[in-house]
Design a protein around this ligand. Structure first.
Ligand SMILES: [Zn+2]
Length: 305
């Protein structure tokens, strides 16, 4: 049986999984998985070596036809080069990732088709292949973590845009003029992501950790910090609904695990929505969590072929 490998390249961890193909009526499944610490310095040679090493180990005794890599940054529209990875050294700029990984694999006498995709897009593809959006052709996934990631599937295809940059839902303009790390201002990520939320919490002497903050949201100061987070996210959700009319909006990432956050976001998004969209809003929480991007990466070649 042919299997695929999905790799999720993170700034701190490198995770890979051997994923079976979907078969009639059954979603793909992770057969084996391995996580390592991302090599210090995040250099290209070290990371390619680590990825090839994990792939070779996972591939033992299996017929691996394809390797997909989830990349934490923007990619060229041809999905061959990483443009710029915010938390990685400059040698990743305009890097031929499949070429570099292919060489590292060849050194281990291994070959496979290799594709890359943005990590938040992989997360969305994963929810579509094996998670909350199975069977859906129009959906948006937001990941609420250190930053806000986003992936959009419309008409059954991943939306990539004219320059390969579509789906940057963390940079939806939600109001205000706070500068965003991306160079713009007033973006959802600045207010709704864990980093921005922590900074506001710390300035009030509250815990930086979101789950701790969430647990004390009855406290007026904590409630105010959280309200800003939820309001920015609700504006982002309402805006994508108006623009794309999705079947569902899925919230993933570490912050989505806070009990009751779906209901809290829904309550705040409704007033921003025009009447027909109030009725169609189907807000959900990611089913796959941390492994969503692995399922998506393994399936990159199956969508937008
Ligand atoms: Zn931004």
């Amino acid at each position: 049986m042919s299997v695929r490998i999905g790799i999720d390249l993170g700034g701190h961890t490198l995770t890979a999984a051997l994923v079976s193909d979907a078969r009639a009526g059954a979603p793909p499944e992770i057969a084996r998985m391995e996580t390592r610490t991302t090599p210090e310095g995040r250099g290209v040679v070290d990371i390619m070596d680590a990825m090839a090493d994990i792939a070779a180990r996972l591939a033992e005794g299996a017929d691996v036809s394809f390797i997909g890599v989830a990349i934490p940054g923007m990619l060229d529209s041809d999905r061959r080069h990483s443009r710029r990875l915010p938390n990685f050294p400059a040698e990743w700029n305009d890097l031929d990732v499949p070429g570099a990984l292919g060489e590292a694999l060849a050194a281990r006498h291994m070959a496979a088709g290799i594709n890359i995709e943005n990590d938040a897009n992989c997360y969305a593809l994963g929810e579509g292949r094996a998670g909350e959006a199975i069977g859906a052709e129009n959906f948006v996934v937001f990941t609420m973590g250190t930053g806000i990631g986003c992936g959009i599937v419309t008409g059954g295809r991943l939306l990539t845009g004219a320059h390969g940059m579509a789906g940057e839902g963390g940079h939806l303009v939600v109001g205000g003029s706070a500068p965003c790390g991306c160079g713009g201002m007033g973006h959802s990520e600045t207010l709704a992501a864990a980093d921005g939320t922590s900074a506001r919490a710390l300035s009030k002497g509250l815990p930086a950790d979101f789950s701790e903050l969430w647990a004390m949201r009855e406290n007026p100061d904590a409630g105010e910090v959280i309200e800003t987070t939820l309001d920015a996210m609700a504006r982002a959700i309402a805006s994508v609904c108006h623009m794309l009319d999705p079947e569902m909006v899925i919230i993933g990432g570490g912050m989505s695990r806070a009990a009751g956050i779906k209901e809290a976001l829904r309550e705040r998004a409704i007033p921003y929505l025009s009447r027909p969209f109030k009725e169609t809003l189907d807000l959900r929480i990611s089913r796959l969590g941390n492994v969503a991007a692995l399922y998506g990466a393994a399936g990159i070649s199956l969508i937008n072929p």
